[in-house]
Design a protein around this ligand. Structure first.
Ligand SMILES: Nc1ncnc2c1ncn2[C@@H]1O[C@H](COP(=O)(O)OP(=O)(O)OP(=O)(O)O)[C@@H](O)[C@H]1O
Ligand SMILES: [Mg+2]
Length: 130
């Protein structure tokens, strides 16, 4: 049975991304297939925690919402190498990665500093499904 858990806070910087990523890793370590949906369109950051960077085919939730890409194409296997021998998997749907694609924008700043603070905040939420 698929279960859906949502992680949300009305404030920024309260640990939503770290909690979501750690929960996903904990469940995957127990052999579950976990889908992580980063719905923080204004300040996406979970992909940084999973070490996922944007390539030309790195479609996102934002691409899907705009109607051009099937949601299946927006899911990326970010299972850590340390879990490769197990049954658990982590699939990430990044919210948006325009910052990574455009040098000088917020994604570059996030990667270099490890902080989410360069991005402005609204509708802050991260959801994941297992
Ligand atoms: N349990 C924790 N204990 C200590 N520091 C933490 C904990 N969880 C997160 N942090 C730190 O707090 C900061 C914010 O964490 P995180 O990016 O997960 O929050 P967020 O709510 O997703 O932020 P944003 O609203 O910007 O997306 C980071 O520097 C992170 O390392
Ligand atoms: Mg976050």
């Amino acid at each position: 049975m698929t279960r859906i858990l949502s992680v949300h806070s009305f404030r920024g910087g309260t640990g939503k991304s770290n909690l979501s990523a750690n929960l996903a890793a904990a469940f995957a370590a127990r052999g579950l297939r976990v889908g992580v949906f980063d719905t923080d369109l204004a300040s996406p950051g979970i992909h940084v925690l999973f070490g996922f960077t944007a390539g030309p085919e790195s479609h996102t939730l934002n691409d899907h919402i705009q109607g051009s890409i099937l949601i299946e194409k927006c899911s990326h296997d970010v299972t850590p190498a340390s879990m490769a021998g197990g049954k658990g998997r982590i699939f990430l749907v990044p919210a948006a990665m325009e910052g990574d694609r455009k040098p000088g924008c917020c994604g570059k700043a996030m990667k270099s500093s490890g902080s989410m603070t360069p991005c402005s905040a609204s509708a802050r939420a991260s959801a994941w499904i297992c």
